[in-house]
Design a protein around this ligand. Structure first.
Ligand code: BTN
Length: 252
């Protein structure tokens, strides 16, 4: 009904006008759904971001959760965040915009955030039962519809491109690209995806300050591990790997 170009993603679509959070719904139904099922909403009233933050989700954006069952160890689930970020960045680049990825999951244009990804997984022992990839893309909404405290550092595709975007065809292109990347993820060494991700990342080589719930680490971002952890070289020349945190660039 949506003219999708995919075979796996979107075989089943749960579409809502308004939800609290597509990720919450996806997690509720994931056990009884087949891989590739989607939850899409026009508006989220309780959209969730990483690290317990709120994700403002008015009309005009794309708020979607993808249910995947890759049968991987739990420690590899964060790789799917990189897969999704790469897919979003590729699709936006195909529109002629220079999008880059800020570790771990922000897709940005001209240094401003246009997409966030929240990956949630459930595992039995060490195998994941399912992974919910929650993807929020600021497409056509007016930035003035976003409270000022959330607006700083954000942009929309419409603002960057200067025209209204056809959300359905954007979603078709995105799901096609995500499916291609997911197939590569399942069939190729992860280093291939990681190399593509690194080529689009604007984090590596920068001075960063990363805040985690327990501490703050400052230094130069020098790499990403196969599990998606950021490697930071500190002033004393020792290296640290950080699985998750809030990353701020020291300059620009
Ligand atoms: C972040 O950058 O902190 C992640 C934002 C993730 C937002 C998406 S929108 C669809 C899905 N449902 C949610 O509640 N969150 C994710």
């Amino acid at each position: 009904q949506m003219g999708l170009k995919t075979t796996l993603l979107g075989k089943k679509i749960h579409y809502f006008e308004e939800v609290t959070s597509t990720n919450s719904i996806a997690k509720e139904i994931a056990a009884s759904e087949e891989e590739g099922a989607l939850v899409i909403a026009e508006v989220q009233k309780g959209g969730r971001g990483r690290m317990g933050r709120e994700w403002v989700s008015p009309h005009g954006g794309i708020w979607i959760s993808v249910i995947l069952k890759p049968g991987i160890p739990l420690r590899h689930a964060s790789r799917l965040t990189l897969v999704a970020g790469l897919a979003v960045a590729n699709v936006i680049r195909n529109m002629g915009l220079d999008s880059r990825i800020k570790w771990p999951n922000d897709v940005r244009i001209n240094g401003k955030k246009v997409c966030g990804i929240l990956t949630e997984a459930k595992a039995e022992v060490d195998r994941v039962d399912y992974v919910v990839l929650g993807i929020g893309i600021n497409v056509n909404m007016d930035l003035k519809d976003i409270p000022e405290s959330f607006r700083a550092g954000s942009t929309t595709l419409k603002a960057e491109l200067g025209t209204h975007i056809k959300r359905v065809s954007f979603l078709q292109d995105f799901l096609f690209e995500l499916e291609q990347q997911y197939i590569l993820f399942k069939t190729q060494p992860f280093s291939h995806i990681l190399n593509d991700w690194l080529a689009l990342s604007d984090t590596i080589g920068r001075e960063v300050k990363v805040t985690t719930p327990s501490r703050i680490i400052e230094g130069k971002a020098v790499g990403v591990t196969p599990d998606g952890a950021l490697v930071i070289r500190k002033a004393d020349d020792t290296k640290e790997e950080i699985i998750a945190g809030r990353c701020i660039y020291a300059r620009s």
